[in-house]
Design a protein around this ligand. Structure first.
Ligand code: SAH
Length: 325
C-alpha cells in the first residue's frame, strides 16, 4: 500500500466515509505534486500542437487591443508544462507595449510542474491559488483542462457519494433518498474560483477563457480515472491515477455572475479563430514529415477532441465581445 493509500485508509477508519470531493482533492493533490502526467497518463491540446497556444495568444491579443491595451495581469490556472503560454506569448510579444503593460501570473500547486513552467516562461510569478494573485488591475485568465481536475460532489437517489472502508463507493449516512433535492454533480471548488474571477472582472475589468471537457450542466455521473490513457477504477490506487469530471459550464457562469459566452465546441471555436489558415501557413514552411504531423494535429484538435471539449468565456460588462463565440 502506498503512503497516500494508508493515510486515506486511516482517515476513513477514524472518521467514517470520505466525501467524494475530499477523496478527489487528496488524490489529485498527490498525483499532480509527484509527476508530470502529460504524455504519460493523458495529453492536452497545447501538447498536441503549437497552433492551439498560438490561437489562444491571438484571442488574448485581439481582446486586449480592442479593450484599449490597459495594464493587465495575464493569469493562467494550471499551466501544465507551460506550453500553451509559451506559444501564446510568442504571438503576443509582437504587439507594441505588450511586454511593458502585461505581467504574467501562474497559479500552480505542483512543484514538479512549476519547475517545468519556469524553464519556459521567464518573468512569471507563481501562486498557490487565485486569491493570492494581486488584485490591482484588469485580468485575462486562461484555463485549459484545469477545472476538470477540481473536486466534485455528487448526489444520486441513494444519497451523497462517499468512499468507505476498503475504498468502496458508499453513500453518506443520514443523507437519505433524494426526493426533490438536486441530484447530479457539483463542484464547490470550481464555483469558488469562478466567483473570484467574476468579482475581479466586475471591479477591475478583463475576461476569462475556459477550455475543458463538459458542457452545459449539470452532469449526472462523469467522474473518471485515467492511467496511461486507459479508464480505470477511480477508487483504486489513490493518488496514482488522474481523476477528472466534466465541467458544468452553466454553473461556472452562474457563479461568476458576469457576461458569459459559449460553451461552443472547441473545434468550432478554433475554426472561427482561423486554425485552417494557421495550419496552411505552417504547412507551407514544413518538410513532408512535418506536414503530416500538422495535418494529424489539425484533425485531433478539431475532430474528436474538438467535439468533446468546449470553449467558453467570461468578460467584464464593459469589455468588448471576445472572438469565436
Ligand atoms: N493546462 C495544462 C495542464 C492541464 S493538467 C495543459 O493544457 O496542458 C492540470 C493542471 O492544473 C496541472 O498543471 C496541475 O498541476 C494543475 N492543478 C490541478 N489542481 C490544481 C489546484 N487545485 N490548484 C492549482 N493548480 C492545480
Amino acid at each position: 500500500m502506498t503512503p497516500v493509500a494508508s493515510a486515506l485508509r486511516d482517515r476513513i477508519a477514524a472518521n467514517g466515509p470520505l466525501r467524494l470531493d475530499e477523496w478527489m482533492a487528496a488524490c489529485n493533490a498527490h498525483y499532480y505534486a509527484t509527476r508530470d502526467p502529460l504524455g504519460a497518463d493523458f495529453t492536452t491540446a497545447p501538447e498536441i500542437s503549437q497552433m492551439f497556444g498560438e490561437l489562444v495568444g491571438g484571442w488574448i491579443g485581439d481582446l486586449w487591443l480592442r479593450a484599449g491595451a490597459p495594464p493587465l495581469r495575464l493569469i493562467e490556472l494550471g499551466p501544465g508544462r507551460g506550453t500553451l503560454m509559451a506559444d501564446a506569448l510568442r504571438v503576443l510579444a509582437r504587439l507594441p507595449d505588450f511586454g511593458e503593460r502585461v505581467e504574467l501570473a501562474l497559479v500552480e500547486t505542483s512543484p514538479v510542474l512549476r519547475a517545468a513552467q519556469a524553464g519556459r516562461l521567464q518573468g512569471a510569478a507563481w501562486f498557490d491559488s487565485l486569491d493570492h494573485v494581486p488584485d490591482d488591475r484588469a485580468i485575462i485568465v486562461v484555463a485549459n483542462e484545469f477545472f476538470d481536475a477540481l473536486p466534485i460532489r455528487r448526489r444520486d437517489s441513494a444519497g451523497e457519494v462517499a468512499v468507505g472502508a476498503g475504498f468502496a463507493e458508499t453513500r453518506l449516512a443520514g443523507d437519505g433518498p433524494v426526493v426533490d433535492r438536486f441530484a447530479g454533480e457539483w463542484s464547490p471548488a470550481t464555483q469558488a474560483i469562478a466567483a473570484e474571477i467574476g468579482a475581479r472582472l466586475r471591479t477591475r475589468g478583463g475576461a476569462a477563457l475556459v477550455i475543458d471537457y463538459g458542457g452545459a450542466g449539470p452532469h449526472a455521473d462523469t467522474l473518471q480515472a485515467l492511467r496511461a490513457g486507459v479508464p480505470v477504477d477511480p477508487f483504486a490506487d489513490p493518488g496514482e491515477v488522474d481523476l477528472t469530471a466534466h465541467v458544468d459550464f452553466t454553473a461556472l457562469a452562474r457563479a461568476a455572475a458576469v457576461p458569459a459566452f459559449g460553451p461552443v465546441a472547441q473545434g468550432v471555436w478554433l475554426a472561427r479563430l482561423g486554425i485552417e489558415a494557421r495550419a496552411a501557413r505552417l504547412r507551407a514552411a514544413a518538410t513532408l514529415t512535418e506536414r503530416a504531423a500538422i495535418d494529424a494535429a489539425l484533425v485531433r484538435l478539431t475532430g474528436t477532441m474538438g467535439t468533446l471539449f468546449k470553449a467558453a468565456a467570461l468578460t467584464a460588462a464593459d469589455w468588448p465581445q471576445p472572438a469565436g463565440f
